[in-house]
Design a protein around this ligand. Structure first.
Ligand code: UDP
Length: 358
């Protein structure tokens, strides 16, 4: 029997780059792309660069509110599940695609495996947090990136089997560093020197949707020492345009408003940066793995180990705190946190042991 993997947005394509290859050593995998991120910049480039197998089913859940998007994916997934008859459905992370995939499977009595289970920011205002909690409690296999995640699930008495597997995004980051170094010309193209610039990403709803928060983000960007590379997520670009702030940023000295970058260019820019500023979960981890200090533009994080080890500082959107964080010296120690690049193999092993018992 095949299994179904549901993906829909940028970080999920990165995660699938690690896991699909491993799953296919032992299973038939059917990939469903929900269309949450559909454009070349956020989707296609990841399939091409990272060798993610082409989706078998392409849905069209592009826009709408979280509820509308989830409902649409649910409706489109149900007949695919009935047609494929999978032994298990695998979902990643915390998006509407994750929630819809888990719910459709659970309601059909099909086991659900959740990769990146147990992550918590304890901030229920984040749409991602609601998705995480709901998906974890609908899942049979809880595949955790960190010990903290396992403990979170124990505390919530989640019914599924929890396994500490490590982080599959770390697998990809570690595996592609050499290729990025070889292929990417992202620094040379911009005339940047390693250690001589900052890299910033921001797209969390809580940072870019409320106008006052977006203005704080703009003020923070203007306060940073140049040069700064800012690959602008489409959601953020749209919000900057709606609030009339894009032109203001376009003239900020030393700030490059770049389009979203491919994985290899982004990885290479992150590796060479003096520090990374971000509200992305994936980018916090990647900065840690690269040994680049991270300044997180939120007041909570799910990746608490990066903060505890001194490599990541939470500053919310406070420009003064961000500048102070940039002045800190990076710690001497950087313990291995995320499974050393073998998480996808462990996901494969846990999934095949589980399906073998069905
Ligand atoms: N990323 C990328 N190009 C960019 C920005 C990010 O390839 O311009 C990659 C990044 O390396 C990481 C992933 O996208 O692997 C993170 O995705 P995102 O920040 O959208 O998601 P989050 O982790 O916040 O859910």
């Amino acid at each position: 029997m095949p299994l179904i993997t549901v993906v829909g947005n940028r970080p999920q394509f990165v995660k699938a780059a690690a896991v699909s290859r491993r799953l296919r050593e032992r299973h038939d995998e059917v990939i469903v792309h929900t269309g949450q991120h559909h454009d070349d910049e956020l989707s296609r480039v990841f399939f091409d660069e990272l060798g993610v197998p082409a989706p078998d089913h392409q849905l069209d859940a592009v826009s709408g509110s979280n509820t509308a998007q989830t409902a649409r994916i649910l409706a489109e997934l149900e007949p695919i599940l009935a047609e494929v008859g999978p032994e298990l459905v695998l979902v990643y992370g915390d998006t509407n695609s994750t929630l819809a995939g888990a719910l459709v499977a659970a309601q059909a009595g099909v086991p659900v495996a959740h990769v990146e289970a147990g992550m918590r920011s304890f901030d229920r205002a984040m749409p991602e947090e609601l998705n995480r909690v709901l998906v974890d409690h609908a899942s049979d296999l809880l595949l955790c990136s960190t010990e903290t995640a396992v403990r979170n699930l124990e505390r919530e008495a989640a019914a599924g089997e929890a396994h500490l597997v490590g982080d599959v995004m770390a697998d990809v980051s570690l595996a592609f560093q050499d290729l990025a170094r070889e292929r990417s010309t992202a620094l040379a193209d911009r005339g940047l020197e390693p250690g001589g610039y900052l890299l910033l990403t921001a797209h969390r709803a809580g940072n870019v949707d409320p106008p006052d928060r977006l203005l704080k983000l703009v003020e923070l960007l203007e306060a940073l020492p140049a040069p700064v590379v800012f690959p602008v997520h489409p959601r953020t670009r749209r919000r900057l345009e709606e609030e009339g702030l894009r032109d203001r940023l376009a003239v900020a000295p030393g700030l490059e408003l770049a389009p979203p970058l491919g994985y290899l260019d982004f990885l290479e820019l992150a590796r060479g940066a003096r520090a990374v500023l971000t509200d992305s979960g994936g980018v916090q981890k990647e900065a840690y793995l690269l040994g680049v200090p991270c300044v997180t533009l939120r007041d909570t994080t799910e990746w608490v180990e990066t903060v505890d080890s001194g490599w990541n500082v939470l500053v919310d959107l406070d420009a003064d705190r961000a500048l102070a964080a940039l002045d800190r010296k990076p710690p001497a120690e950087r313990p291995e946190l995320y499974g050393g690049g073998h998480a996808a193999e462990r996901v494969r092993d846990v999934v095949s042991a589980y399906t073998g018992r069905l």
